[in-house]
Design a protein. Structure first.
Length: 204
């Protein structure tokens, strides 16, 4: 797929892996809709993307715990961009690994809503627009823990602020750089039309 001029939605795009994905896509000359919770960081990410060559870069402040807010954001994005060609579901939160009965009800709800349900809700709202395009793609970025359960263990990670946000002191410098993972996303999206990549797993 040729990425230049594509209208791309990136969730969790103001920080970490999502921000690096946005910056890499900006270099391809894409129209970006960057979603996140922090208005200031969103503005900075949009400015950076514009400076790197994005045809346009708009930010949308969305709380993924708010289903109505997700629906409103989807409608606004379609109105602003005139449609969507690519959706990258990247937003996620993390909590300390441990037995299920050690995790609060609130944390369980927040994790499932943010990491899973919100992605499905946003995808549902954008699907009609995606289906209307000559070519379209959806990329879901998930943790290894979303594929394989690891009782009581920390999964390998990415050098972002996710652990710090959860109040955990983790040696991020030993982890994979988010820019390297962003390169993988760009590689997947830019493959020829007859080459379908359904699943890419990266061991960090």
């Amino acid at each position: 797929m040729k990425l230049e001029g594509k209208r791309i939605v990136v969730t969790g795009g103001s920080d970490g892996i999502g921000r690096h994905i946005c910056l890499k896509l900006a270099e391809q000359g894409c129209h970006l809709a960057i979603l996140g919770r922090d208005k200031a960081r969103l503005g900075t990410a949009a400015e950076e993307a514009s400076g790197l060559g994005a045809t346009s870069a708009r930010s949308y402040c969305v709380d993924f715990m708010d289903s109505a807010g997700i629906a409103s954001a989807a409608a606004l994005i379609i109105a602003d961009l005139g449609g969507v060609d690519i959706l990258i579901n990247n937003a996620g939160i993390w909590h300390k690994a441990g037995p299920l009965d050690s995790i609060s009800d609130e944390m369980l709800h927040c994790t499932v809503q943010t990491n899973l349900t919100a992605a499905m809700q946003l995808t549902q709202k954008l699907l009609p627009s995606l289906r209307a395009q000559g070519e379209a793609a959806i990329v879901n970025v998930v943790s290894k823990s979303g594929v394989l359960a690891q009782a009581g263990l920390y999964q390998s990670g990415t050098n972002t602020g996710m652990f710090a946000k959860a109040g955990e002191d983790v040696p991020n410098d030993i982890f994979t750089e988010p820019g390297d993972l962003a390169d993988v996303v760009i590689f997947m999206l830019s493959r020829p039309a007859k080459l379908w990549m359904h699943d890419v797993r990266i061991e960090l």
